[in-house]
Write a protein that binds this ligand. Structure first.
Ligand SMILES: Cc1cc2nc3c(=O)[nH]c(=O)nc-3n(C[C@H](O)[C@H](O)[C@H](O)COP(=O)(O)OP(=O)(O)OC[C@H]3O[C@@H](n4cnc5c(N)ncnc54)[C@H](O)[C@@H]3O)c2cc1C
Length: 293
């Protein structure tokens, strides 16, 4: 923990998060972006964006670079930290990343949506064998067999960490590159996509396209955590963060913007919601300054 308290922590470095940060900065707030390790957004995957006003035919990659440049020009810090948990601890929030904590007065959640659908049965076993954070839950599996499903590449380091105290690791490689491991208790599984999770009370197996793997726990690494895992107690509706027109969630001073609040999945909607969230967070912060102690 640095000891610094930010006005606003923006979680997510896509169009929604960058727009929120720019608008908070314009209103002279002390803002930071925790953007995850990829340094990218979904829009980077679009070869051609034809419907973002003013930039017909631009590639998604180029559009995102323009967004980032805007943020860089304002010298807003964009850190590659992936936020694992957000703890509302009135009047401050604590945001847990791998090795440290950030503290702030308000949070704007802009984490997008996962490219992959949840696995069959996954939801039923969250907290009962399914986890998204090896640092948080790994120690529970000392001397046991666990499976790491890695869609992003960040799971390789986590598999190495788990291999120090788990008996056996099944590493299901789903990211673009397949890592190498020196530890001989890690088995790498390639070209065999996971399909479902089964168990009785707790996880017992992971089913892939070709086999059934017996396992005591499953760690899943995707670009985005399910929002319910990120903030306990935050209301979800049809799988999306529930917000009102001010982009307020049910938790005071916690706002959400972009794809994570629901369809349409579009850059313009994300940018607009990021702005709305930021301006309302600014009003909230200003009201704190003007309230009597
Ligand atoms: C192939 C493709 C083509 C598209 N074409 C168009 C188009 O033509 N026009 C259009 O308007 N839209 C298009 N879209 C949709 C558009 O890309 C999205 O609507 C937009 O990127 C959503 O912005 P966002 O900021 O909400 O989320 P994202 O862009 O998904 O960004 C979310 C960010 O949050 C980060 N993150 C997630 N979890 C965490 C965490 N726990 N901690 C820290 N960071 C985290 C991610 O790494 C990412 O950087 C397209 C999408 C795709 C995939």
């Amino acid at each position: 923990m640095s000891g610094q308290i930010y006005d606003i922590c923006v979680v997510g470095g896509g169009p929604a998060g960058l727009s929120a940060a720019v608008n908070a900065w314009v209103r002279r707030k002390n803002v930071i972006i925790l953007g995850g390790p990829s340094g990218r957004s979904k829009v980077n995957r679009s070869p051609k964006v034809d419907n973002y006003l003013g930039f017909p035919g631009i590639s998604g990659d180029e559009l995102y670079k323009k967004f980032l440049k805007h943020v860089e020009n304002f010298k807003i810090p964009v850190l590659p930290d992936k936020v694992q948990n957000i703890y509302p601890m009135d009047p401050l929030f604590s945001l847990q990343v791998k090795d440290s904590l950030y503290e702030c007065r308000s949070v704007i959640l802009a984490t997008g949506v996962a490219a992959q659908k949840g696995l069959n049965g996954e939801e039923n076993f969250v907290g009962r064998g399914v986890s998204y954070c090896a640092t948080c839950d790994g120690p529970l599996y000392q001397g046991k067999t666990v499976t790491v499903i890695d869609y992003t590449g960040e799971g390789a380091e986590e598999a190495r960490f788990l291999a120090d105290f788990c008996t056996r690791i099944n590493y299901v490689a789903m990211a673009a590159t397949v890592p190498e491991f020196k530890k001989n208790n890690i088995e790498v599984i390639t070209k065999d996509a996971p399909v479902g999770i089964t168990g009785e009370g707790t996880v017992k197996t992971l089913k892939t396209q070709t086999r059934t793997i017996e396992t005591d726990g499953i760690f899943i690494f995707r670009e985005t955590y399910p929002p319910t895992e990120l903030v306990r107690g935050m209301e979800i509706e049809d799988g999306f963060v529930r917000v009102n027109r001010k982009m307020e969630t049910n938790i005071s001073a916690l706002y959400a913007a972009g794809d994570c609040t629901g369809k349409p999945y579009q850059v313009a909607k994300s940018v607009g919601e990021g702005l709305t969230a930021a301006l309302n967070a600014v009003s909230y912060l200003d009201s704190l300054e003007h309230s009597t102690p």
